[in-house]
Design a protein around this ligand. Structure first.
Ligand code: ACO
Length: 332
């Protein structure tokens, strides 16, 4: 039995630097019409020198703590979902805890590519079930630009950098107004599809020797068409399943937040779920695909902008490399 959990604070942070389609036209053989019609993306935010997974996570975490009316010292667990930590060792979570000025807490990274936020949210629910007093910082952050080859036009137009954060605790009487009750999270993986979306270079299977030049395997490699097909099928399937499992119809969903990979995927998933366009929140136009951060940035932004209102039932869906995918239901 899972202890009922709430999201009691949300925050997000994106770098100031914008990379527009016009900028990309000057870098590779592409154009605004191709990018817009294939992806819906107009610009993305790119980390400046010194902006990292940990620094962006830190900014998002401070906002989520403020939103929750909590101090960092109250946190018991720190989770960072990312594929682009500042270093292999120490983990981004240990570095983030240090930056927040807290020691002696459990802190760890979670790797599930673009589904990272939901994998971390479910991990937080498990910790709350084990430790009902837990106050958990869940951040999902990716500096995708650190693993993008900006001479590869098929990849560099798609991605951006950013961070989102949520404070997760047991649902108690002291829950602040506006908290979101996590009703369910479903997760899935299929490693047999792993080769369709990879970053292998630098891993122990594809190590680099001292002095060796970086190869293309250091950067995101993807079979876009195949990823597109599986993303649409898996995300719509798991979103239907979480609704059925919890006894909701699609009409009871007030807001749908899909992984912000590109508008064509979002539209195709929305069509399969028969979700009216006005219920679907999108910000991929201005941020591109921020990987693990995508749905938590969207959730935080949608709540801050009033797109999600008190009482709304929110459906989240993700899909990413691995393959990994998931869905969640949150009642605000
Ligand atoms: N500008 C101009 N032309 C381009 C560009 C570009 N940036 N990139 C590729 N092209 C060209 C290709 O070279 C190809 O040319 P050719 O026909 O002469 O060989 C042509 O455009 C068509 O290429 P396709 O790859 O077939 O284009 P497609 O219509 O499939 O769209 C896209 C590509 C946008 C990547 C699509 O496959 C897609 O959305 N895939 C999903 C991938 C994704 O979002 N992944 C993110 C990570 S996983 C996730 O988050 C879900």
């Amino acid at each position: 039995m899972t202890t009922p959990c709430i999201i009691r604070g949300l925050g997000h942070c994106v770098p100031e630097t914008r990379l527009t389609n016009a900028d990309l036209e000057r870098m590779v053989d592409t154009n605004d019409e191709w990018i817009t019609s294939r992806t819906g993306i107009k610009e993305r935010r790119i980390a400046a020198k010194g902006e990292t997974c940990v620094s962006l996570s830190h900014q998002a975490a401070l906002k989520a703590l403020e939103n929750a009316g909590m101090r960092a010292e109250e946190l018991t667990h720190i989770l960072v979902a990312t594929f682009s930590p500042d270093a292999v060792i120490p983990s981004a979570a240990c570095m983030l805890a240090d930056r927040l000025g807290i020691t002696g807490r459990m802190a760890m990274d979670i790797s599930a590519a673009c589904s990272g936020f939901l994998f971390a949210l479910e991990t937080a629910r498990a910790f709350v079930t084990l430790h009902p007093q837990a106050k958990i910082l869940v951040t999902a952050t990716d500096v995708v630009s650190s693993r993008v080859d900006y001479t590869d036009r098929s990849i560099c137009v798609l991605f951006g950098d950013g961070a989102g954060a949520a404070i997760v605790t047991a649902a108690d009487a002291a829950a602040p107004a506006g908290s979101g009750r996590v009703l369910d999270v479903l997760l899935a993986t299929d490693g047999s599809m792993g080769e369709l979306l990879t970053i292998k270079g630098g891993g122990s299977g594809t190590p680099y020797k001292l002095g060796e030049a970086v190869r293309s395997d250091f950067f995101v490699q993807m079979n876009g068409r195949e990823v597109y097909k599986h993303a649409v099928r898996a995300m719509s399937g798991i979103c239907k399943t979480v609704l059925e499992k919890n006894g909701f119809t699609k009409d009871q969903v007030d807001v749908f937040i899909p992984h912000q990979a590109n508008l064509r995927i979002i539209d195709a998933v929305g069509a399969r779920l028969e979700m009216p366009a006005e219920k679907v929140f999108t910000n991929v136009q201005k941020y591109g695909n921020t990987s693990a951060a995508s749905v938590i940035i969207a959730l935080s932004e949608a709540r801050a902008e009033g797109f999600i209102k008190d009482g709304d039932l929110v459906l989240l869906g993700t899909f990413g490399g691995g393959f990994t995918w998931g869905s969640a239901l949150v009642r605000f």
